[in-house]
Structures are given as C-alpha cells and as structure tokens.
Design a protein around this ligand. Structure first.
Ligand code: THU
Length: 132
C-alpha cells in the first residue's frame, strides 16, 4: 500500500471524529505487517481525561481483531500543521511496534515520515522487564 492510500484512509475516518470540546478532528490508519489496515478517530468525553486519541482507537480496533504487529501508521488532522502522536500514544504504539514508521499528514496533502524510535528515544518496553 502506498503512503498516500494509508493517509487517505486516515482522512476518511477523520470525518467520524467525535470532538465537540476541542473541535480538533484527528484520523489514524494503522497498517499491520500482513497488510491489513485498521482506522480510528479521536473520541472525546465530557470528562476530558476519558478522551481517546485517534491512534489509540486505531490500535484498539486492530488488537481487538487479533492483530499485534504493525509496520506503519498515518495520522492526519484538519489543520495545516503536522499532528504527531501524543506521548501516551507513542508509548502505546511502542508496545506493539518498536520499528513503526509514523506518517503525519496535513490537510494540504503534505506529509512527513519519522521512525517511532526517533519520536520515543530510550523507550521503556517489555524487554526491560526480563525478570518477569
Ligand atoms: N488527539 C489525537 O487524537 N491524536 C493526537 O495525536 C493528538 C491529539 C486528539 C485528542 C483530543 O480529542 C484532541 O486531539 C485535542 O487534543
């Protein structure tokens, strides 16, 4: 799948964003190593701390379907700035995909690519709990 196609899937799901509080719509599409794609949008809550990011929604859909191995994620928001995963989502993604490629797209179609490793250096992961 091309980067553009993955971004277009993130763009499509962004339309379903439930974001009455921030009015900041986000969409994410995560590609599994077998090529399957799962999407998610941000889902806000009146108790703000219960808000779910688009990336977390996409991971939840994928893991719930039995997927645990990912190679790429595309994230898009409406504005003309690049939306990168928040710190909590970086950690969530790291659990399943230490080698993940992160595409961040803008509404005007431009996008950038980073490794998750560069966005979350010296991450804590299950490999550090080898006493378990
Ligand atoms: N948000 C995401 O969905 N993903 C991100 O990477 C950054 C933030 C959402 C959460 C909230 O609904 C809104 O954007 C404003 O923070």
């Amino acid at each position: 799948m091309t980067d553009r196609k993955l971004i277009s899937m993130a763009t499509e799901v962004m339309a379903n964003s439930y974001s009455p509080y921030s009015r900041f719509k986000v969409g994410a599409a995560i590609e599994c190593t077998d090529g399957t794609v799962f999407t998610g949008c941000n889902i806000e809550n009146s108790a703000f701390g219960a808000t779910m990011c688009a990336e977390a929604a996409a991971v939840a859909a994928a893991v719930s379907a039995g997927q645990r191995s990912f190679k790429r994620i595309a994230i898009i928001s409406e504005g003309n700035s690049y939306c990168f995963p928040c710190g909590s989502c970086r950690q969530l993604l790291y659990e399943f995909a230490q080698e993940l490629e992160v595409l961040s797209a803008r509404a005007d179609g431009r996008y950038v690519s980073y490794s998750l490793a560069s966005l979350l250096p010296m991450a804590f992961g299950k490999e550090h709990m080898d006493n378990l």
